[in-house]
Design a protein around this ligand. Structure first.
Ligand code: F6R
Length: 364
């Protein structure tokens, strides 16, 4: 049941420290403080290229992994949504790794894409939450998220556990490829091990996010901006808001604003900016100032130092823990989930069962 929580979605958001920890436990060795993978029927060290395919929220998890794998493991990653990938007859290099991400393991388009990749002599790996699912049965290798049953139609804990698996996989891949030195590897492993505790801290912001949500609930359009691995989180934040509050929202790469979307900005448009302290911070901050100069109402999500730098420009800010940039996408998922949740509750929508949506999309 929902226990003390008003909705399954809220319960599932608050379960994240636990289920991220459960998921981590299958890869993290607490004594050695290292990450390891099960044995695969192929050699990670010789993978020439990776293709990631998924739908919806699972696709955004894959997009974060593209940033991680390219940066740390130095392997090229192609990524597409399954409904496009399955029909576009993509040429695939023999021996490549194809990675399918799915909470249900049954999404029709993702399964069809998996079968296509298999016909192209790819190593097939899937990341699924539901054991024994179709995707699991048809894959050469499987990594499980341990999110437990997800009842809310809007995915929350499945997403952050997918990111957890993908973060561990990226470290293992980087190590197998000899692409990272032991110092960096140790730092990444430490940062991922601390994620459950950091998520707990962020969940304490629940009330301030509820206040911010009330100011967003009146908007007709909302923009979410991020750069690098925060860009997929911006899109995920926008998707969460659309699906449960029915407010139109878009996630944009912050650097793309001046190529069009900045024309939308006026006093009525809340702009949620995701700006962890990484090598992109200054650029995102300057894109934020451009938004403010056009009257946009900025809600700035950054660590304490970042929030202070932008205090004069933000309508509101959300102070995040100061963490290794590697794990920022996992942590910044939490406030965007809570924001969408509180907007939807304020509007009185059916949070756990939004109109027109099904939990598992087994038809195309
Ligand atoms: C959004 C959401 C959907 C799913 C998508 C893929 O909150 O839940 O976008 O992520 O339908 O589903 P799975 O992961 O089961 O393949």
């Amino acid at each position: 049941g929902k226990g003390e929580h008003r909705h399954y979605m809220l319960k599932e958001i608050f379960e994240q420290p636990q289920v991220i920890g459960d998921t981590l436990a299958s890869f993290f060795n607490p004594t050695a403080q290292t990450i390891s993978m099960p044995d695969f029927p192929f050699d990670l060290a010789t993978i020439p290229r990776i293709t990631i395919v998924a739908c919806g929220t699972s696709f955004y998890a894959g997009l974060v992994a593209k940033y991680w794998i390219e940066q740390y493991a130095r392997i090229g990653v192609e990524i597409d949504v399954a409904s496009e990938f399955r029909y576009r007859e993509a040429p695939m290099e023999k021996g490549g790794l194809s990675l399918f991400i799915s909470q249900s393991g049954e999404t029709a388009d993702t399964l069809a894409a998996l079968r296509y990749a298999k016909s192209q002599d790819q190593h097939i790996m899937s990341i699924v939450n539901v054991p024994e699912s179709s995707m699991e049965r048809e894959s050469h290798a499987v990594l499980h998220t341990h999110a437990g049953p997800e009842i809310g139609v809007a995915s929350t804990k499945a997403f952050t556990t997918q990111l957890t698996v993908l973060a561990c996989f990226s470290i293992a891949l980087a190590k197998a490829k000899g692409a990272i030195d032991p110092t960096l590897e140790a730092r990444l492993c430490k940062s991922i091990a601390e994620v459950p505790a950091r998520v707990t801290e962020i969940l304490n912001h629940d009330e301030s996010l509820r206040d911010i949500a009330h100011s967003v609930a009146e908007a007709r359009d909302v923009l979410y901006l991020g750069r690098g691995a925060s860009f997929p989180i911006a899109m995920e934040g926008a998707l969460k808001l659309k699906e449960i509050s029915y407010i139109h929202a878009e996630g944009y790469a912050a650097g793309e604003m001046k190529h069009g979307p900045i024309a939308l900005i006026d006093e009525s448009v809340p702009v949620i900016v995701l700006a962890p302290s990484d090598s992109n911070f200054e650029k995102t901050a300057s894109n934020t100032q451009e938004v403010v100069a056009r009257g946009g109402r900025v809600i700035f999500m950054a660590d304490k130092q970042g929030c202070e730098k932008m205090a004069d420009h933000s309508m509101a800010s959300v102070a995040m823990p100061d963490v290794e940039p590697f794990v920022a996408p996992i942590l910044y998922s939490i406030p965007v989930q809570l924001l969408a949740y509180h907007v939807a509750v304020h509007k009185g929508t059916d949070v756990d069962q939004p109109r027109n949506l099904a939990k598992s999309v087994t038809v195309e």
